[in-house]
Design a protein around this ligand. Structure first.
Ligand SMILES: [Zn+2]
Length: 160
């Protein structure tokens, strides 16, 4: 049963907590684990809008259309989602780039006139961009080149 049909669940008066892209930490879009909108049961939600309500315990995960109806804000959610979509496109483009191996064995990416260098040592990856080192992704050491590229994108994107 969709929650819209459940009389115990408020339809209005929800507050936005945040909007997330389930593809954010995924190197390949095929691996995205889509969620189901908890209100209408649409099962291909990539951009999840997280809402709370004083009369509902915890948080609810819904798609853009339901989020608009539930908070009564018809622009915010679309804007949030567009921002995440744009970022996802930038990430996709970044991940498509070819890194080359430098003479000392590091990997180097020349992207939009900037250089990012990736260094591997004892199974741990780190990268340097504009003299700032990144050696973790979501607080975890980086043990995989694909994760390193996601971390490098994050560092690059935050600065541009
Ligand atoms: Zn929905």
């Amino acid at each position: 049963m969709a929650r819209w049909d459940n009389p115990g669940i408020p339809h209005k008066g929800w507050t936005l907590v945040g909007c997330i892209d389930l593809g954010e930490d995924v190197y390949d879009d095929d691996e995205i684990k889509y969620e189901t909108c908890e209100m209408c049961h649409n099962d291909r939600i990539r951009y999840v809008h997280i809402l709370t309500h004083p009369d509902y315990p915890g948080q609810i995960h819904v798609g853009c259309d339901c989020a608009c109806k539930m908070t009564g804000e018809y622009k915010t959610h679309q804007k949030d989602e567009q921002r995440l979509r744009n970022k996802a496109n930038r990430r996709k483009n970044f991940l498509k780039q070819e890194w080359y191996r430098s003479r000392n064995g590091n990997l180097v990416l020349n992207y939009k006139g900037e250089y990012i260098t990736a260094v591997e040592s004892q199974g741990r990856w780190r990268c340097v961009y504009r003299k700032r080192w990144t050696n973790r992704y979501h607080g975890q050491p980086i043990t995989d080149l694909n994760i390193l590229k996601l971390a490098a994108f994050q560092a690059f994107d935050e600065d541009n």
